[in-house]
Design a protein around this ligand. Structure first.
Ligand code: FEO
Length: 171
């Protein structure tokens, strides 16, 4: 049986991951409207990954006999005035998500809940990757984004991103 605080934080994380998906769909819509289909594609795929994360938290709780409660998903409210804004907002958001995962890990550690700590290891690695991706996108945009031809090529590069299911699976 899961510790009360740990299970409540895990349940909250379902909502945070669904919000992440919403946020990235909002960014995808922004880029689509601006004619940057590659960036839109990148964020659509990112949104799918976030929904996968939400499902993993939900399944983990189900597998541990916890009654999941789904809450309302907040409206994405980032103001995007420039092509670079969503990229900076993504990095800031991923850093926030990392802090949430760490908070659950700390609660699990305090509760000597080794199973949950092991489950969260995958998310800790994933957050490292997501922060790196967000940082790389900012770097590339700052290097090439102001020149229309280079931005066109960069956008084409993001068109090639394809979805793949998470390496962690739960029955
Ligand atoms: Fe599910 Fe982008 O963290």
């Amino acid at each position: 049986m899961l510790n009360e605080k740990v299970s409540s934080l895990l349940n909250d994380q379902i909502n945070k991951e669904m919000y992440s998906a919403y946020l990235y769909l909002d960014f995808a819509n922004y880029y689509k409207n601006k004619g940057l289909d590659g960036y839109a594609n990148w964020y659509e795929i990112q949104a799918k990954e976030e929904m996968d994360h939400a499902m993993l938290f939900m399944k983990y709780l189900q597998n541990n006999d916890y009654e999941v409660t789904l809450e309302a998903i907040a409206k994405p409210d980032k103001v995007l005035n420039d092509f670079g804004d969503a990229l900076h907002a993504s990095l800031e958001h991923e850093r926030y998500v990392t802090s949430l995962i760490y908070r659950i890990y700390e609660a699990a550690s305090e509760a000597k809940d080794y199973r949950t700590m092991q489950f969260l290891d995958w998310f800790i690695d994933e957050q490292g990757e997501e922060e790196k991706n967000a940082t790389d996108m900012i770097t590339k945009y700052e290097l090439f984004g102001k020149d229309p031809k280079s931005l066109y090529m960069l956008d084409n590069e993001y068109k090639s991103r394809t979805y793949s299911a998470p390496s962690l699976t739960l029955d």
